[in-house]
Design a protein around this ligand. Structure first.
Ligand code: 5GP
Ligand code: ZN
Length: 113
């Protein structure tokens, strides 16, 4: 269905950080920080706007939030980190399968907000 579905299905290799029945978390191929993990629901939803019309998507987003917590602990980010979701074209989303970037391992100062 998409490149992240292929990664979840292990058709494309990736470096797994954490997974359970609902989410797959793996190192970004092009990291922007010492820690850059993608947290992805194992079911294909296109973007975060799906949550409004899709109950199952809403459920998966709860699991994604829990997985962010797990990734932060695994990567030793208890002092802080940033979570980014790029949504649709104007948001810079390049892979059309909902995903959250967990960025950390350095002091994050540059901010849009
Ligand atoms: P977006 O720009 O859609 O928010 O983020 C897509 C992210 O997926 C980018 O940071 C990009 O580096 C990452 N990415 C794209 N293809 C692959 C891949 O095949 N493997 C991994 N590990 N990351 C990928
Ligand atoms: Zn997909």
């Amino acid at each position: 269905m998409c490149i992240f579905c292929d990664i979840i299905d292990k058709k494309i290799p990736s470096s797994c950080v954490y997974e359970n029945d609902y989410v797959y978390c793996f190192n970004d191929i092009n990291p922007v920080a010492p820690v850059h993990v993608l947290v992805v629901p194992k079911k294909h939803f296109e973007d975060i706007m799906d949550i409004a019309t899709n109950e199952e998507c809403a459920f998966y987003m709860g699991e994604v939030a829990k997985a962010v917590n797990e990734v932060a602990k695994i990567k030793g980010l208890e002092e802080g980190f940033r979570v980014i979701n790029n949504c649709r074209e104007m948001g810079g989303q390049t892979v059309k399968h909902i995903h959250f970037h967990v960025i950390g391992g350095l002091k994050l100062t540059e901010k849009m907000i």
